[in-house]
Design a protein around this ligand. Structure first.
Ligand code: FE2
Ligand code: FE2
Length: 183
């Protein structure tokens, strides 16, 4: 008896998104390491925590594929892009990456809608909400940087930003504890 509740196309797309989340974790790890080497330990801390969040997203998709009785394919992941050239550039890269990821999430939402797979459609709403929050967060950081001078941000502004991001909440929710209300 076939108990697989995911179509071939959605299985492939969900596996691809799972890989994308793993790649996102690697990107945050590499930017975090770059920030730490520049001496920005607070920014590094923020980015390291974000890497962990992306890994949780990966696990969340992996668990969903298994729960629906379909096959998970763990594959190679591509290398992160070049290191940022400045703090401003770092958060610009973060923003662009998050927007790209939102586009991929939307494709999955549309696909599940077209296939009338309401379980997957419902599952993907969590990611829609999460992406909105991540975009808002990186927009806010870019606004702060802009006010502080953008590429010409002074050392005292960099100092405060690094200190504030180091103090941002350190709690990373485990994938299995995540809810639609508390992504
Ligand atoms: Fe993510
Ligand atoms: Fe993200």
């Amino acid at each position: 008896m076939n108990t697989n509740r995911l179509s071939k196309s959605l299985t492939a797309a969900l596996n691809a998104q799972m890989t994308k989340e793993a790649e996102a974790a690697q990107i945050y790890l590499s930017y975090a390491s770059w920030a730490d080497r520049q001496g920005y330990s607070g920014i590094a801390n923020f980015l390291f925590r974000h890497a962990q969040e992306e890994r949780n997203h990966m696990m969340k998709i992996l668990e969903y594929i298994l729960k629906r009785g379909a096959e998970v394919s763990v594959t190679a992941i591509s290398a992160p892009p070049e290191n940022p050239t400045s703090v401003n550039n770092c958060f610009e890269k973060v923003f662009v990456h998050e927007v790209d990821n939102t586009t991929e999430v939307y494709k999955l939402v549309k696909m599940s809608f077209d296939e009338q797979d309401w379980a997957t459609w419902n599952f993907m709403q969590w990611f829609v909400k999460e992406q909105t929050e991540e975009e808002t967060l990186s927009m806010k950081l870019l606004d702060d940087i802009k006010i502080a001078g953008g590429e010409n941000m002074g050392s005292s502004e960099l100092y405060s930003m690094d200190r504030d991001l180091g103090k941002a909440s350190g709690e990373v929710r485990a994938a299995q504890d995540v809810t639609a209300e508390n992504p």
